[in-house]
Design a binder for this molecule. Structure first.
Ligand code: SF4
Length: 367
C-alpha cells in the first residue's frame, strides 16, 4: 500500500516505510486519513507512541487488527538508542544517543538542587541537530559543521529518556526543557515546533509551554515566524556581543545583513509586540572580547529594544579554541554596570563541566 497524502512530511519516508517519529499530532491524523481511517485513529496512535511510549503496532490493542497489520506494512516507529550515560559530581547527567542514521547526539539533564539536597527543578537540554552550521567560534558543536536535522520524535525521545532518568535518580519528573543542546533550533523549525506540540500535548507529557525555552543565534526571519505562528514558549537569543563588529568577529551568522543586529532588533520588536513575551539575551563572557564596562553599557541599550532580561554565562573553555573565561572580578564589574542601567541580570554558572556537559561543550565524534 502506498501512502500518497502530500500532508505527510517528506522526511518521514525512510526506506520505503513512513517513520511516524517524523510526525507531529496533526501529521498523524493526516496519515491515518490517507490510509482510509477515521481521524480519531490518529489520536489513538499518538496516545500509544507519545502517551505510553509503545512502538510496536501489534501491541496497540485498541486499533483494529487489520489496521495494525497495514501499519506494520507501511510504517515504523523509530527511536534513539542510549550509548552512554554519565553523571557529574554536581549530579548533572549527560547522555549520548544514537539516531537511526547512526549519528550521535548529546542530551543533558541539569538538576537545580536546593539547600536540603533535593532537586527543585530538573531541566533537560535537548539537541535539535547533529552538529551545527552556524560555526560560532567559541563552540565545540560549531567545530563539527552541520550533519543532520533531528525528527520531531527524536527530539521528544531525548525528553522521554531524561524523564525516565529523572524518576530513577531524583524521584520526580523533568520540569523544564531548553533547546540549547547541539544545533540551531530555528534551522530545524518545523520539527522543533512539532516536538513542542508533542511534549505540551495533554496525552503526552502535558508540559506548560512556559517551561520550555528555545534558544537561537538570532535568525531574524525565523523569529518573525515564531511571532506570526503564535508560539507560547520562551525565546532566548544568544547575543554574546553588543556591537556588530565584535559579534561578527565571534559569530559568523552576524556578518549577513539579514541576521546582523539591526535586522535582529526589528525581528525582536515584532516578536515582543505580537507575543507580549519577554526575551532573554544569553551573553557568554569572553575575557578581553566582550566583557568591558563599555560592552555592558551597550548591552544595556540593547535590552531597551524590547522587554527583556540578560542571562550571563561563564565560558567553559573548549580544547583547541582560544577563548578564555572572564575573571570573577570582571564578572562582578560587568554585572554592576548592567544593574546600574536598570537591567535584570541572572548568572548561569557552569554545570557538569567535569563531563563536558556544560554550554558550548557538546560535540560528538563525526559520523
Ligand atoms: S553556539 Fe549554538 S548556534 Fe553557535 S555553533 Fe554552537 S550550537 Fe551552533
Amino acid at each position: 500500500m502506498e501512502i500518497t497524502n502530500p500532508d505527510i512530511p517528506r522526511d518521514a519516508r525512510t526506506n520505503g516505510l513512513v517513520d511516524l517519529k517524523a510526525m507531529g499530532p496533526d501529521d498523524l491524523t493526516a496519515f491515518v486519513e490517507a490510509m482510509g481511517q477515521p481521524s480519531y485513529r490518529g489520536q489513538q496512535l499518538f496516545n500509544w507512541i507519545y502517551g505510553k511510549g509503545v512502538d510496536d503496532f501489534g501491541a496497540m490493542s485498541n486499533l483494529p487488527k487489520a489496521f495494525r497489520q497495514e501499519l506494520a506494512d507501511v510504517a515504523i516507529v523509530s527511536r534513539i538508542e542510549a550509548k552512554q550515560v554519565q553523571q557529574a559530581q554536581d549530579q548533572t547527567i549527560k547522555a549520548l544517543y544514537a539516531l537511526p542514521s547512526g549519528r550521535e547526539i548529546e542530551t543533558v539533564l541539569i538538576p537545580a538542587i536546593d539547600a536540603r539536597g533535593e532537586a527543585r527543578r530538573l531541566t533537560v537540554c535537548v539537541s535539535s541537530q547533529v552538529g551545527c552550521a552556524m560555526g560560532c567560534h567559541f563552540c565545540a558543536t560549531g567545530l563539527m559543521g552541520f550533519r543532520e536535522n533531528l525528527a520531531a520524535g527524536h527530539i521528544v525521545d531525548q525528553v522521554w529518556a531524561m524523564n525516565e532518568l529523572a524518576h530513577e535518580r531524583f524521584g520526580q519528573p523533568i520540569s523544564n526543557i531548553v533547546y540549547m543542546g547541539m544545533g540551531e533550533p530555528l534551522l530545524n523549525y518545523d520539527n522543533v515546533l512539532k516536538s513542542v506540540a508533542i511534549v505540551t500535548h495533554e496525552k503526552s507529557l502535558d508540559l506548560s509551554p512556559r517551561r520550555i525555552t528555545v534558544s537561537t543565534v538570532g535568525l531574524a526571519r525565523r523569529i518573525r515566524d515564531l511571532a506570526d505562528d503564535g508560539v507560547r514558549f520562551n525565546l532566548a537569543v544568544s547575543l554574546h556581543a553588543p556591537t556588530n563588529e565584535t559579534r561578527s568577529s565571534i559569530m559568523p551568522v552576524n556578518t549577513s545583513e539579514k541576521t546582523s543586529l539591526p535586522a535582529l532588533k526589528e525581528a525582536l520588536q515584532h516578536y515582543a509586540e505580537k507575543t507580549g513575551r519577554e526575551i532573554t539575551y544569553e551573553y557568554c563572557l569572553f575575557k578581553g572580547v566582550n566583557d568591558s564596562q563599555e560592552d555592558a553599557r551597550r548591552l544595556a541599550a540593547i535590552t531597551r529594544w524590547a522587554p527583556s532580561k540578560v542571562n550571563i554565562i561563564m565560558y567553559n573553555p573548549v580544547e583547541g579554541l582560544h577563548f578564555e573565561r572572564t575573571s570573577e572580578e570582571q564578572l562582578d564589574r560587568f554585572i554592576q554596570a548592567l544593574v546600574a542601567e536598570g537591567v535584570t541580570v541572572t548568572v548561569r554558572r557552569s554545570r557538569g563541566d567535569d563531563i563536558d556537559a556544560a554550554c558550548g561543550q557538546l560535540a560528538v565524534q563525526d559520523a
